[in-house]
Design a binder for this molecule. Structure first.
Ligand SMILES: Nc1ncnc2c1ncn2[C@@H]1O[C@H](COP(=O)(O)OP(=O)(O)OP(=O)(O)O)[C@@H](O)[C@H]1O
Ligand SMILES: [Mg+2]
Length: 322
């Protein structure tokens, strides 16, 4: 695993935000800056180093934007046989040029294991006594981090507050027709099964993930946003899962869950005081993102040569100026 000493200098050059001119209308998500070019029917997604958790922006994690964008780009290549993807080009380690889609108003969460620590997660709900979870009937007697008999889909609405919804609600709210939802959910399962298989070949468990899909100008269902990144997914180390599960220890995770659990361990509660994020935590998280990039892709993570990441991105996006 990459040593935190190698990453330390990048604490100072982490990419907090961008402000590019001539690239389109800017929208800042929690993690990415999106520049939309309506006339060209495309958008440019810039992955910054911002870190969110529990829907709160906390800090920057050095090199995270690059790791995220490159993991996503790698996965989009792998899954393009399953369904059309929004990717047009990846002109920079932190940037992706994509088709501007009419996005679905639901996020499609697929879960292989009973886990999680947020209000919409399977474990938190199961532990409260919920047994019908977004239309999935869950058996009694399951324990935290146990594998489901088959992956389940637990959609949430996309907006200010993510709220759990079931297929019936999706159709009733007009988020998709029944036929559309059937296509969406079957593609989501296919993506997830493909992802789990590829992850397993690399000694990893793809535990759960969130997909966003949309329709292109021809009405074709297309996978958008990010795919199987450590922000949108949980990953566990396969070799230690069984043993840790038997001991009731948390699995070794290579994703944002580490940060969520750390925040909880510092006493974080919704609406409560925010713990201070130390550089050591930022470095630990950075090394996890980089470790995951290397394990998934089998490639060495290439550290930026130039401290001026924003300038490099802008140069690499020259040909997409409008
Ligand atoms: N191909 C696409 N076409 C249009 N929008 C897209 C596409 N791919 C991703 N997006 C949107 O771009 C944004 C990416 O930014 P980011 O993930 O940082 O935002 P977020 O905080 O998750 O979402 P939001 O702030 O919108 O709730 C998301 O709103 C996502 O839905
Ligand atoms: Mg997002």
């Amino acid at each position: 695993m990459i040593s935190t000493d190698i990453i330390r200098p990048f604490l100072l050059t982490a990419l907090e935000a961008t402000d590019f001119k001539g690239l389109g209308e800017k929208y800042s998500g929690k993690v990415r800056d999106v520049y939309t070019q309506k006339a060209a029917k495309r958008a440019i997604l810039i992955a910054t180093d911002r870190q969110s958790a529990f829907d709160i922006k906390w800090c920057t994690i050095p090199l995270k934007g690059q790791a995220l964008n490159q993991i996503s780009a790698w996965w989009f290549e792998k899954i393009k046989g399953v369904m059309p993807t929004h990717v047009i080009d990846v002109p920079d380690p932190n940037a992706m040029v994509v088709k501007d889609l009419t996005m679905l108003r639901v996020e499609i969460v697929v879960r292989g294991y009973l886990t999680g620590s947020t209000g919409t997660s399977a474990w938190v709900n199961y532990n409260k006594g919920v047994r019908n979870f977004c239309g999935n009937v869950l058996p009694e007697g399951m324990v935290k981090n146990q594998k489901f008999a088959a992956p389940i889909i637990t959609p949430t609405t996309k907006g200010e507050d993510d709220e759990l919804i079931d297929p019936k609600g999706i159709v009733e709210h007009g988020f998709a027709t029944k036929a559309q939802w059937e296509e969406i959910s079957s593609k989501a399962i296919e993506l997830f099964v493909t992802g789990q298989k590829i992850a397993a070949e690399r000694g990893l468990i793809l535990v759960d993930t969130k997909y966003e899909m949309g329709y292109d100008s021809e009405g074709k269902l297309t996978i958008a946003d990010e795919v199987h990144t450590p922000d949108s997914s949980r990953y566990w180390v396969a070799a230690t899962y069984e043993e840790r599960f038997a001991r009731k220890d948390e699995p070794e995770s290579l994703d944002k869950e580490f940060f969520r659990l750390w925040l909880r361990s510092q006493g974080f509660e919704y609406g409560g005081k925010h713990p201070e994020i130390t550089d050591d935590v930022r470095l630990m998280l950075a090394s996890k993102y980089i470790d995951l990039y290397e394990r998934i892709t089998g490639e060495m993570f290439v550290l930026p040569k130039d401290a001026k990441v924003a300038e490099r991105i802008e140069r690499n996006l020259q040909k997409y100026r409008i």
